[in-house]
Write a protein that binds this ligand. Structure first.
Ligand SMILES: Nc1nc2c(ncn2[C@@H]2O[C@H](COP(=O)(O)OP(=O)(O)O)[C@@H](O)[C@H]2O)c(=O)[nH]1
Ligand SMILES: [Mg+2]
Length: 234
């Protein structure tokens, strides 16, 4: 689905980020750090939040960005264990929060547990640039408290239906980046990807969206670049 100009734009953004990540490290050595940027990843159950994290880790490693992760599950630590086992990241850099029955409560109304988990990771690894916080799978209404995160993305997937953007949930509309994942499944579920992307852009008043396939990694490098430019170089 990618067009020529968007590929060119992606390459230009990537070149800018490569230059900027060089500067993180020059700056990191000389100046005291304001603390790691905290990034929220929300979205319905099964949309691909953990899969996106697994794809983002190597992208950040490649750019020299130091990373820690907090996962939220209802009553287990399943996602944290999956990421620790992946071999992609030092398992000590992955913390789990058990969110209980209301996953949105611990990222919005009372994010104390998540703030504590992120603070603890940052105390343990003070050179961390980014902390990714994956919400427990929730509905289209979930949003993150800005006491917890500096920037957040919302992950929906094509198999959930091409009409999700039209339903205008707060996650779709208010997130800093909307990720439409599982583009590979569009042909099987009868979704017109270009139309879904246009409708998403329209309800978001032209704020950014990304189209990804977390099985192949397509589109993930653009997500990493955007996170870096929008959170580390504001
Ligand atoms: N076909 C396809 N499957 C995907 C993609 N991303 C994730 N999945 C699968 O979707 C399922 C749910 O993914 P997961 O990351 O656990 O979702 P989460 O609940 O949002 O964390 C898993 O079986 C993944 O392998 C994708 O881009 N394409
Ligand atoms: Mg998950």
């Amino acid at each position: 689905m990618r067009t020529g100009p968007s590929v060119a734009l992606g390459a230009a953004l990537h070149a800018a980020v490569t230059q900027l990540t060089g500067r993180i490290h020059e700056k990191g050595a000389a100046e005291s750090r304001p603390g790691a940027a905290r990034i929220g990843i929300g979205g319905p159950v099964g949309s691909g939040k953990t899969a996106l994290i697994e794809r983002l880790i190597p992208e950040f490693v490649q750019r020299g960005v130091s990373l820690s992760i907090v996962t939220n599950d209802l009553v287990t630590t399943e996602d944290a264990e999956r990421i620790r086992r992946s071999g992609l990241i030092d398992p000590k850099r992955v913390a789990a929060v058990e969110a209980g029955a209301c996953p949105h409560t611990v990222i919005r109304e009372d994010p104390t547990l998540n703030i504590a988990a992120a603070d603890e990771l940052e105390a343990q690894f003070p050179q961390t640039d980014l902390i990714l916080i994956e919400s427990g799978g929730d509905n289209l209404a979930s949003t993150f408290s800005l006491d917890l995160v500096d920037w957040w993305m919302f992950v929906i997937d094509v198999a959930g239906g091409g009409d999700i953007p039209r339903k205008k949930g707060p996650g779709v509309i208010k997130s800093d980046l909307l990720v439409i994942n599982k583009v590979d499944l569009a042909q099987y579920v009868g979704v017109d990807l270009a139309r879904m992307a246009n409708e998403a852009t329209a309800v978001r008043a032209d704020r950014p969206i990304a189209m990804t396939n977390c099985r192949s990694g397509e589109g993930v490098s653009e997500v990493a670049d955007r996170i870096i430019t929008e959170t580390l170089f504001r």
